[in-house]
Design a protein around this ligand. Structure first.
Ligand code: SAM
Length: 272
């Protein structure tokens, strides 16, 4: 796989991973509320990506009336993205699975989600092609064997939407940024080529893709005063401008979020 596996990470053991995520979802009330708002904000952009890519790949047009896109999110966290998809009227049944019990408990409080299951992180408790769409949003960079999880998701779902941060870039390569990525459980620093290699190893191909330098509200979210907000605005302006003019250079310089809709290779969908 191109991209970089972070050798400093001690989180390749399943038990260490589960402990790490449990702590992430179990915080003091004030901090928990802040992070819930952060995840809700992120979910808006992620839902935009799901809907845009399903539209571009023709998944939405191809549905006969009365046959909605039943959707499974693998690694659904607190259920923020599934809730946002529900609010947009996307999908039929909405299901989530998680390895983290604390996240399962939060997601189960959301009545918009039909089912949330705890599972072992490797074997989905569903039959082949049980769902029309699978979603792996900000999960593959966290798992020791990304192609295996993508392959398993594609077994249970006709198409899979993958979203990851592209962190194999100049800015994210700096020691401070790498330490932050390791702290939040990233085991791999990916670029587009690395994601495409994972997709191919899982027996899939990319039907539609996009990347996103993220909106101003995301860059501003943790800014605590006017000075920090002004800095965030400048950072957002420069990044959004460069990404619009020269997206490949932007990807080499800083982190953007990348999303792609993956379908089985045998369908022979022309990559976009
Ligand atoms: C950054 S969060 C993303 C949550 C959600 N998908 C989203 O986009 O908001 C990563 C999640 O992946 C989960 N995770 C890690 N390894 C996993 C695995 N093998 N299968 C499913 N979920 C996993 C973690 O518990 C955590 O909730």
């Amino acid at each position: 796989m191109r991209g970089v596996e972070d050798p400093a990470s001690s989180m390749h053991e399943p038990a260490a991973l589960v402990r790490f995520y449990d702590e992430g979802y179990t915080q003091a009330p004030e901090r928990a509320a802040l992070y819930a708002r952060w995840r809700a904000l992120g979910a808006r952009g992620k839902a935009d990506h799901v809907i845009a890519l399903c539209g571009r790949a023709g998944l939405l047009d191809a549905r006969p009336a009365g046959h909605p896109i039943n959707t499974l999110e693998v690694g659904c966290g607190d259920g923020a993205l599934l809730s946002e998809l529900h609010a947009r009227g996307f999908g039929g049944a909405l299901a989530g699975v998680e390895i983290t019990q604390a996240a399962v408990e939060i997601a189960r409080t959301r009545t918009q989600i039909d089912t949330v299951e705890h599972y072992d992180g490797e074997h989905l408790p569903y039959a082949d092609r049980a769902f029309e769409l699978g979603v792996l949003s900000h999960v593959l960079e966290h798992v020791p064997d990304p192609p295996a999880l993508l392959r398993e998701t594609a077994r249970a779902c006709d198409a899979v939407l993958v979203e990851v941060p592209l962190e194999a870039n100049w800015s994210a390569r700096r020691a401070g940024k790498r330490a932050i990525a390791a702290q939040i459980g990233h085991l791999h620093r990916l670029d587009r080529a690395a994601v495409h290699a994972i997709v191919a190893q899982a027996g899939l191909e990319v039907a539609a893709q996009l990347d996103d330098p993220l909106p101003r509200e995301v860059h501003r979210f943790f800014a605590e005063d006017a000075r920090a907000r002004a800095r965030a605005d400048v950072k957002w302006g420069v990044r959004a401008g460069l990404h619009r003019l020269a997206p490949a250079s932007a990807r080499r310089l800083f982190t953007v979020h990348y999303a792609c809709l993956c379908v089985p290779q045998r369908l022979g969908v022309r990559p976009i």
